[in-house]
Design a protein around this ligand. Structure first.
Ligand SMILES: [Zn+2]
Ligand SMILES: [Zn+2]
Length: 281
């Protein structure tokens, strides 16, 4: 089993810290990890956030959040992961890309400059609003149905961009428990169609179980829809600390079985192949 989504950002970029993630993965019975640092950690990706540093950005906290980032060198990050792999740690080299429609070509040319095993595509920002930072920030300015609509419209562009291998936390807009007034199928289905058309996978993320919403990303109904489109899956804890690696992966596998999945995907050099889902219970 795999955990293809975790962050080293709360510790140093050292072998010792990376080993803590791998040791926890082993304890939980995993055989491979994928490390996926956020693009906003790397100085090289600062330009993909330029539009959020403009004077007209209304959300002060967005600037405060970003002003402390972009401190790391992606070359050092990649070197650490390659060194770990040479030392026998089964780690895949990933990155979690903040997608912004207005920066698509800038993101594309940067991704071309580095090698990854897989690239996660994520939407955390709608326009200039980072909706997953706090249940207060920005939510008071947005009607919930509109927030969902805008989120899925941005996610659709991310899927259509062809830049990513795996779409992260598909329905993360629910993170704080804000619920739309009715089904969002008319926005979700085009996203799933685009993911299928681009040959991408989605992740089942247990991170939502640790958030106010208290459920997986995506919810089971959407995972069932993804299955009907033959969209492959990976598994993700989105751990930001070693102890969360592999968090409740068994529950994610059970949900995959219930939705009709029998396989998941592993990635290398941005190619993937199927492995059998483990039998549970
Ligand atoms: Zn994310
Ligand atoms: Zn993440």
């Amino acid at each position: 089993m795999i955990d293809y989504h975790m962050h080293l950002e709360n510790g140093p970029l050292t072998m010792d810290y990376l080993q803590q993630f791998w040791q926890q993965a082993k304890r939980r019975g995993l055989s491979e990890i994928g490390v996926t640092e956020h693009t906003h950690k790397f100085s090289q990706f600062r330009c993909t956030f330029d539009h959020l540093f403009q004077p007209d950005v209304g959300y002060r906290y967005m600037k405060d959040w970003l002003s402390n980032d972009f401190q790391q060198d992606i070359e050092e990050y990649l070197a650490l992961l390659h060194k770990a792999r040479q030392g026998g740690v089964p780690v895949k080299v990933g990155i979690e890309v903040d997608y912004f429609p207005e920066q698509q070509s800038v993101i594309a040319s940067l991704l071309d400059q580095y090698s990854f095993d897989f690239v996660l595509g994520s939407v955390h920002v709608i326009g200039q609003w980072g909706f997953d930072l706090s249940p207060e920030w920005g939510w008071e300015d947005h009607d919930v149905d509109t927030a969902y609509k805008l989120y899925y419209e941005t996610l659709l562009k991310a899927a259509q961009s062809g830049l990513f291998d795996i779409m992260s936390h598909l329905d993360v807009i629910k993170v704080f428990g804000h619920r739309p007034s009715g089904p969002m199928d008319k926005y979700v289905i085009p996203v799933l169609e685009a993911i299928r058309d681009q040959g991408m996978a989605i992740e089942i993320s247990t991170a939502g179980l640790r958030k106010p919403v208290g459920e997986m990303y995506p919810e089971e109904r959407i995972l069932g829809q993804a299955r009907s489109y033959h969209i492959p899956i990976t598994f993700s804890s989105d751990a930001h600390a070693p102890e969360d690696v592999g968090y409740r992966w068994e529950d994610a596998v059970l949900m995959a079985w219930r939705c009709g999945y029998r396989e998941y995907r592993v990635f290398q050099d941005r190619k993937s192949w199927a492995e059998k889902l483990p039998k549970m219970g």
